[in-house]
Structure formats: structure tokens, C-alpha cells
Design a protein around this ligand. Structure first.
Ligand code: CP
Ligand code: NVA
Length: 309
């Protein structure tokens, strides 16, 4: 049994194995409908319990399809209907019940510590479905999408992030270290990665550059990523922050500084950080990116269950 909490704590060879497995599985089920089960039903009889403390559309749907396609099933708990939040039931007791009734637990949380606390008491795998500090399932799936489109290992590509230093970027930074790819980060000075992340970058890698000019960040990119300026956990003066990101908006001009065949990716939901004519352009691969979450999460589940081929 393995947990999936942060990319930085998972061996690079395991992350690569997950991507390779997802590639094979996606290819093998080309002709199957969404709810048809993969040959061999590898997770038959298994229950994935999901809980979202914050909104979700894609993560919810993709985990639903992922476990179904592996032959298992899922149940989504509403945190406001549990004793855990309302009646003061402990994480320890909740975890015991989850472990007795379910086979894996996917948690989207507003507190990173909760993932660790659950991990301590669960005897089933826990998967981080987004926390304030990371979004590992998203980024692993995005690596898959980049390699699928570019038909090259990501280590041979120039990746650019233009936007806020948030949970998604933190996972992209971890991925840059694990998969050894060049990463340009374009963000306002005030919004560069936290001290802890900067320390992590410095002690692990010299392929990451932080730039405060979006044009410099975009130059020569094979892929440009962005995300909302205001994340779900952001307790800031929203209009002020949006103003500070004005010149970091992704528009056609900025895209034209990247390589000719540069693609645009965004985990969604979007805000105003990208112009409509880029978001809806041929360069934008955001719908393919969203759908790939199903394929990669299936292999993440198999990894957690110790069933990766
Ligand atoms: N990208 C992503 O995680 O989307 P949701 O918040 O809708 O799950
Ligand atoms: N950074 C965003 C990602 C949403 C999927 C957030 O945390 O709100």
C-alpha cells in the first residue's frame, strides 16, 4: 500500500511508472465507453471514498470514472454531513471507520496537516486531491498530457508557468525536479514561491528560473501553463492582487514569444489570467488535459494499491 500526498516524496521511478501505465491503459480502452471496465477489472470490489472540503468538478468526476473503469466504485462524503466537522468526532476515529469500510481515501482539503493526520491513522491509502500547498494528481496528469502531445520526454522540453505561486505551481516545481525539466516561472516579485519552496528549489535543482518579466518567461517555451490568480484558499484583497497580475495575462502576443508550436495548458477553472482568444485557440489543449486526469488517476490508484503493472 502506498500513499499519494506530494510529488516531492514519491520516487521519480514510481512517477514514471505511473505515467507509462496510464499511457498503456489509455491506448487499450480507446473503443470503450466511459463506464466500461478495463480488461481484468484490477480493482474489482474496491471502494474509493472521496471527500471534498472545497469545490471540485474535474477531480470529482475523474476519480469517479477512474475507479469505475478499474472495476471498483466510489462514494463521496460531504464534510458538513460528518461528525468530524460538526460533532467533534476525531480524525483518528473517522480514519478507523474509513479504513474498515473503504479501500482508499481521496481528500481535497483546506489544511495540509489534515492529510498527514489522516495518514497517521488510516490503514488504507490516502490520495491528495488538492491542498493549499499542492495539487499532485493534477500535475502528474499534466506531465502525461505534455508528453502525449509533444511526443517527447518532458526532460527535453522548455516548460513555462506564468501566474501565481500557488499549489499547482508547487507541484509543477516538484515535477521539474523529479522529471528533470527546465521550468521558467513568470510572476510578480511579490508573488514568487515561498521561502520553503525556494529552499527546496535551491537544494535540488538548477533548471528552475524565477523571472519577473512575463515576456522573458515565455521566450522559447514549448508549453505555457497558467492558473487562476485567486485560488480557493486565497485570503487576499482580490482586486488588488488581480491588478498586480495585469501584465502577466496570457495573450496572443505573449504566446507569440514562445516556440511556434507552443501549447497552452490550464488546470481549470479559469479566471481572467488568460485571454479568450488564447484559451479557445488551437494551441490550447485544456480539454484534453482535463480528460487525461481519468487515465493518470487510474494508474495512481493502482500504484496506491500496489497493483501497477
Ligand atoms: N483542476 C481541478 O482540480 O479542477 P476541480 O477543482 O474542478 O476539481
Ligand atoms: N490553484 C487553484 C487550483 C484549482 C484546481 C486553487 O487552489 O483554487
Amino acid at each position: 500500500m502506498k500513499h499519494f500526498i506530494n510529488l516531492k516524496d514519491i520516487p521519480a521511478k514510481d512517477l514514471r511508472k505511473i505515467i507509462t501505465d496510464a499511457k498503456k491503459r489509455k491506448k487499450q480502452r480507446k473503443k470503450l465507453n466511459n463506464l466500461e471496465v478495463d480488461k481484468g477489472s484490477p480493482l474489482r470490489g474496491k471502494l474509493l471514498v472521496q471527500m471534498f472540503e472545497k469545490s471540485s468538478l474535474r477531480t470529482r468526476l475523474s476519480f469517479y470514472l477512474a475507479i469505475k473503469q478499474l472495476g471498483g466504485s466510489t462514494l463521496t462524503l460531504r464534510p458538513d454531513e460528518l461528525h468530524l466537522s460538526k460533532g467533534g468526532e476525531s480524525i483518528q476515529d473517522t480514519a478507523k471507520i474509513l479504513s474498515n469500510f473503504g479501500n482508499a481515501f481521496m481528500l481535497r482539503t483546506s489544511k495540509d496537516e489534515k492529510l498527514e493526520e489522516f495518514k497517521k491513522y488510516l490503514s488504507i491509502p490516502i490520495i491528495n486531491g488538492l491542498s493549499p500547498s499542492s495539487h499532485p494528481t493534477q500535475i502528474l496528469s499534466d506531465i502525461f498530457t505534455v508528453e502525449e502531445i509533444k511526443k517527447k520526454p518532458i526532460s527535453k522540453l522548455n516548460i513555462t508557468w506564468i501566474g501565481d505561486s500557488n499549489n499547482v505551481l508547487n507541484s509543477l516545481i516538484a515535477a521539474s525536479i523529479k522529471f528533470s525539466f527546465k521550468l521558467n516561472i513568470g510572476c510578480p516579485t511579490k508573488y514568487q514561491p515561498s521561502k520553503i519552496i525556494m529552499k527546496y528549489i535551491k537544494s535540488n535543482n538548477n533548471k528552475i528560473r524565477i523571472l519577473h518579466d512575463p515576456k522573458k518567461a515565455a521566450k522559447g517555451a514549448d508549453v505555457i501553463f497558467s492558473d487562476k490568480v485567486i485560488s480557493m484558499n486565497d485570503k487576499v484583497n482580490k482586486s488588488k492582487k488581480l491588478g498586480q497580475f495585469k501584465k502577466f495575462k496570457i495573450n496572443k502576443k505573449l504566446m507569440s514569444l514562445a516556440k511556434k508550436n507552443c501549447i497552452f495548458l490550464h488546470c481549470l477553472p479559469r479566471g481572467k489570467e488568460v485571454e479568450e482568444d488564447v484559451f479557445l485557440s488551437k494551441k490550447s489543449k485544456v480539454w484534453q488535459q482535463a480528460l487525461n486526469r481519468v487515465h493518470v488517476q487510474k494508474s495512481i490508484l493502482l500504484y496506491c494499491f500496489g497493483k501497477l503493472r
